[in-house]
Ligand binder design. Structure first.
Ligand code: 5RP
Length: 281
């Protein structure tokens, strides 16, 4: 592994503990304006200090993220399809490596759809991207996207995850399953990060994070369970505490609740001071 690739990898996965909190906000690449991501400059930028990296498309990076940000970025570089198509697996590489370098990305993320109609195309996309990543020292995160007809169980996810690692992916992102998650993490030779999946009640999302970490994940690449929470700032701090400090579910839930209350109090104080200001006019 080249020095540059190792250095970029260490900007995604903290060398101190080998763990990472990736904040995934790339959903619009096929879903359009997802709830919570309507204005990323407002909803996501304040969360960035609690994330090890932001995962997003180049379009949103340019339009919504200040170029002074400290948080490294991982670019979503596969796509060219939409939720309106029945077969989401028909993806290609959508961002040239030159632009990935110009945008100073710490990594590139691409989906593979094992078992879907375009599985060959997406696995070949991954192999090609890894060749480019190795050439220029940029790590590749393979996302094991699950086609509509596939069963999301440990057997399937272990297959998809291992194929991604065999292609040379530096990190693999996959889903959590209650039954035999260890089968996925123990047969993948590179770090596995957990996607959050659909929005759950906050405590359940923290339990899932805790269990994934206890069962071999290196961190999360989580989206909706953070940005669709009633306290995104509380949730990202709580997830961060589980991933990096080994916080218990109870302690993490307290962090979430405390921040939710503090945010509410700040909002109320702001509203009161605005009301005061209008009385002066
Ligand atoms: C889609 C993705 C998304 O980034 C990922 O699924 C988002 O995370 P979450 O499921 O936690 O909202 O890679 O293929």
């Amino acid at each position: 592994m080249s020095w540059g690739l190792k250095n970029r990898l260490s900007r995604i996965i903290r060398p101190k503990d080998g763990h990472t909190v990736m904040l995934a906000v790339d959903h619009g690449y096929f879903l359009g304006p997802t709830r919570g991501l309507e204005c990323i400059a407002e909803s996501i930028v304040p969360l960035a200090p609690y994330a090890d990296t932001l995962m997003l498309t180049r379009g949103i990076l340019r339009s919504d993220i200040p170029n002074t940000i400290d948080t490294p970025v991982v670019l979503r570089v596969s796509g060219a399809n939409s939720v309106l198509d029945d077969d989401l697996s028909n993806e290609t590489i959508i961002t040239d490596i030159d632009d990935v370098i110009r945008l100073n990305a710490a990594g590139m993320a691409l989906s593979i759809f094992v078992g879907s109609p375009h599985q060959h195309q997406t696995i070949a996309n991954l192999a090609k991207l890894i060749d480019l990543g190795e050439r220029y020292g940029i790590p590749v995160i393979a996302v094991t996207a699950v086609g509509k007809d596939m069963v999301r169980d440990a057997r399937y996810l272990a297959l998809a995850t291992r194929i991604a690692a065999e292609m040379g992916a530096h990190i693999v992102k996959t889903y959590y399953v209650e039954d035999d998650f260890e089968r996925i993490t123990s047969t993948c030779p590179v770090p596995v990060v957990m996607a959050g999946g659909k929005k759950l009640p906050e405590r359940e999302a923290l339990e899932m994070t805790f269990n994934a970490m206890a069962r071999g994940a290196s961190g999360v690449d989580m989206g909706r369970n953070i940005f669709q929470s009633d306290s995104p700032l509380g949730m990202i701090q709580a997830v961060n505490a589980v991933v990096h400090m080994g916080a218990s579910v109870d302690d993490a839930f307290t962090i979430y609740m405390d921040e939710k209350k503090a945010t509410g109090a700040r909002a109320a104080a702001g509203a009161a001071s605005d009301a005061d200001d209008t009385r002066k006019i």
